[in-house]
Design a protein around this ligand. Structure first.
Ligand SMILES: Cc1cc2nc3c(=O)[nH]c(=O)nc-3n(C[C@H](O)[C@H](O)[C@H](O)COP(=O)(O)OP(=O)(O)OC[C@H]3O[C@@H](n4cnc5c(N)ncnc54)[C@H](O)[C@@H]3O)c2cc1C
Ligand code: FES
Length: 233
């Protein structure tokens, strides 16, 4: 149990919650979060948005029942957190050119990635970007490009980077795979999947991902995969 320090609506339907305590976690990893006892049955996966000595932060969009219950929490209430889970983003050479690309609430794990890739370029495709864009700009020495209402992926030159990390809805991730093929880019392109999850620890197969060699689990083998590995539906 972790005590909530803040739970603020930063844009319509988008909340940032901070829970007090000492939490582990690498960039791109997630926690299974719940704010209820028995119902709904399952905890909900949320990516680490930021972390410091006081606590851990998540940025989340209210999508349904679970996230609505989380959004109703107030400072002093308690949040149940299990994690960190997942492989997280890869460590790359400091000299490499890195692009972080996020669509919609897929931008959530990218902020914490900037703690490591502090000179990377950031591409945000997000309709509620104002509050967040400033925070991203303060965290990188690279460029932050905000694309409102357009297709942010079109702005990314796949030949300009050694590593490209993309988080967003599945159509965006499919387009990433296509663009890598079409451009013949030699960059290492990674996608972070947001498959539905139940256990978060590799026990239930709900999060199964079809890859070129075999099926993998988004919760333990991922959520981060090389884009070229994944067979999208
Ligand atoms: C590894 C991982 C990290 C994530 N990180 C974040 C994050 O940082 N911030 C954030 O806002 N969200 C994140 N998500 C998505 C988040 O977990 C879901 O939005 C949440 O579980 C929905 O729960 P709910 O009870 O509010 O909605 P539900 O009542 O369960 O569902 C509401 C609607 O959303 C759809 N839905 C639910 N889960 C998903 C999903 N995974 N993909 C697509 N559609 C879905 C349902 O089909 C339904 O239409 C992440 C998901 C994964 C797998
Ligand atoms: S969520 Fe259960 S195996 Fe991945």
């Amino acid at each position: 149990m972790a005590e909530i320090m803040a739970n603020v609506e930063v844009a319509p339907n988008i909340f940032r919650i901070k829970a007090a305590g000492s939490f582990a976690g690498r960039m791109g990893q997630f926690y299974m979060v719940r704010a209820w006892d028995k119902y709904p049955l399952l905890s909900r996966p949320l990516s680490i948005f930021d972390r410091d000595e006081a606590g851990i932060e998540f940025l989340y969009q209210v999508a349904g029942e679970g996230t609505k219950l989380i959004s109703d929490l107030r400072p002093g209430d308690e949040l149940q957190l299990e994690g960190p889970f997942g492989n997280g983003f890869p460590e790359v050479q400091a000299s490499g050119r890195v692009a972080l690309v996020g669509g919609g609430i897929g931008i959530a794990p990218l902020f914490y990635a900037l703690r490591h890739y502090s000179s990377s370029d950031v591409y945000l495709g997000f309709s509620q970007e104002a509050y967040l864009a400033e925070r991203f700009k303060a965290a990188t020495t690279g460029m932050v490009l905000v694309n409102v209402g357009g297709i942010v992926l079109e702005q990314v030159d796949f030949h300009a980077y050694d590593t490209i990390i993309v988080c967003g809805p599945e159509p965006m991730l499919k387009a990433v795979q296509r663009k890598q093929l079409e451009t013949g880019s030699s960059a290492n392109v990674y996608v972070s999947l947001e498959n539905r999850m139940a256990c978060g620890i590799g026990a239930c197969l709900v999060c199964s991902v079809k890859c070129k060699d075999k099926r993998r689990k988004a919760c333990t083998d991922g959520p981060v995969f090389l884009a070229e590995e994944v067979v999208f539906g």
